[in-house]
Design a protein around this ligand. Structure first.
Ligand code: ACO
Length: 425
């Protein structure tokens, strides 16, 4: 017999079915709850709410497990490329050689950005944050490229167009913000090498592509490629559920990712580490993070799902060491990060609250070594998360039980009262 839980309310029993995922996790199906009982659930921040069934990414926050389409992220980081991982997330399987070649050709075919879009960039104030620009520009893509039809071929083109153009647009925003000439994509370069070249090549100093840097960027992007129903992915699904075009849904995801509690944390971590390296008081910062009266938090620590070491943070930490060694660089911020981690992991507050370094804690050090400027850190996260957003959007579009996302609320405002004319207030 199918499993269920029993809810007793107003002297009556209601049987709510249990749903079991492929890794054994269980959920109470409350889809008939309101109809049968008149009740709704209340779950601030959705910490206990499954918003969908998904076959894309599996996270076990207690054990520190992350798998894309069943494949451990550790294996992908070691053996795959970002392009191949993007294909896996979006299509469900690793590509054959033929499929990968076709995917590369499509990415190259769609890598150029409409020249008219350059004028948009030039009109943003110089102090604009690149995440704000990227979100606006991705939304603007819809004006330049046609709406998706529901043909498979069209989806493939729109998806590859996004994956390829967002990378070009990110590099373009960096060049324009510096007042430098835009570097165009090259079809002879791989996805990551192409991005690095567009970011750093210049007419006066040609950029030398270093395979170690390309590998590091691939790993960075793979580690960010998806993370099930996080804030920005939830934003993509919620906005997408109104059947808006894909560009608008992704633009919403970029806006959500910008927040310092989410993707914006990678920039905030480097700012904190920099402050400490320049003589800031590390112990005082930890004390502030522990003080419940103080809203200050230690950036790069804690996670809604991971109550142990974030597996991505382990890989990122190792990558930071390997890359700095290979490039023969030293970064004082890596020493500060190690010291901070060591102190925090022994601290009772951090132990009791299960606060471990998350993916953002070491990622900034890897990006600094690659040469990425700090205000572009979250943009790099967005490029990485793009295949995840697309895969989740696609899955939600194909969902047979699709519904417009429209949560309910428990109203706590005033009872009905009459309108008072302004002269009587
Ligand atoms: N520093 C100090 N205390 C913290 C931190 C932190 N970084 N994170 C959580 N806590 C404490 C909270 O104060 C709270 O304490 P209390 O129970 O004594 O009141 C407790 O831990 C639980 O915190 P919540 O905010 O309820 O936990 P939640 O799951 O909502 O938080 C979050 C997750 C937002 C990521 C949080 O840990 C945080 O703000 N971290 C810093 C920002 C950060 O690094 N964000 C990146 C996350 S990874 C990503 O998005 C890619």
């Amino acid at each position: 017999m199918a499993e269920h839980v029993t809810l007793i309310y107003a002297g009556k029993e209601f049987r709510l079915p249990l749903v079991t995922g492929s890794e054994g996790e269980k959920a109470i199906d409350i889809s008939l709850l309101r109809r049968e009982t008149g009740l709704i659930t209340l779950d601030s921040g959705y910490a206990n709410t499954g918003s969908c069934k998904s076959a894309i990414t599996f996270v076990d926050g207690e054990k520190g497990i992350l798998r894309y389409r069943g494949i451990p992220v550790e294996q992908l980081a070691e053996r795959s490329t970002f392009k191949e991982t993007a294909y896996l997330l979006i299509n469900g399987e690793l590509p054959s050689q033929k499929e990968l070649t076709r995917f590369s050709v499509l990415l190259n075919d769609h890598s150029l950005v409409h020249e008219d879009m350059k004028t948009f960039y030039q009109n943003f104030p110089r102090s604009s944050h690149p995440m704000g620009i990227l979100s606006a520009m991705v939304n603007a893509l819809r004006s330049f490229y046609p709406e998706l039809q529901d043909l498979d071929e069209e989806t493939t083109i729109t998806v590859t167009r996004l994956l390829s153009k967002v990378r070009t647009m990110a590099a373009m925003s960096h060049k324009i913000s510096r007042g430098h000439t835009v570097v165009y994509p090259r079809s002879d370069l791989t996805y990551c090498a192409n991005f690095l070249n567009m970011m750093f090549d210049s007419p006066v100093k040609p950029y030398e592509i270093d395979p170690d840097v390309v590998k590091a960027l691939n790993v960075f992007l793979i580690l960010h490629a998806d993370h099930e129903q996080n804030c920005s992915t939830a934003a993509v699904r919620v906005v997408g559920s109104a059947r808006v075009n894909l560009y608008a849904a992704i633009s919403a995801g970029i806006a959500a990712l910008w927040g310092p509690l989410h993707g914006g944390a990678n920039q905030a971590v480097i700012e904190t580490l920099g402050e400490i390296a320049q003589g800031g008081n590390l112990h005082q910062m930890i004390a502030r993070a522990k003080d419940r009266q103080d809203p200050y938090r230690l950036m790069g620590f804690g996670h809604r799902v991971y109550k142990t070491f974030d597996p991505r943070a382990r890989i990122m930490k190792r990558m930071a060491h390997v890359l700095l060694d290979k490039l023969n660089l030293s970064d004082p911020l890596l020493d500060v990060a190690r010291e901070l981690e060591e102190i925090a992991l022994k601290d009772d507050y951090f132990i009791e609250h299960h606060l471990y370094p998350n993916v953002d804690f070491y990622s900034g050090i890897v990006l600094r070594a690659i040469g990425i400027p700090i205000n572009m850190f979250t943009v790099l996260f967005a490029i990485g998360r793009l295949p995840g957003w697309i895969a989740q959007w696609k899955e939600s579009m194909d969902e047979p039980d699709w519904k417009l996302c429209r949560p309910r609320q428990v109203y706590t405002g005033p009872h009905e009262r009459p309108y008072v004319p302004i002269e009587e207030r």
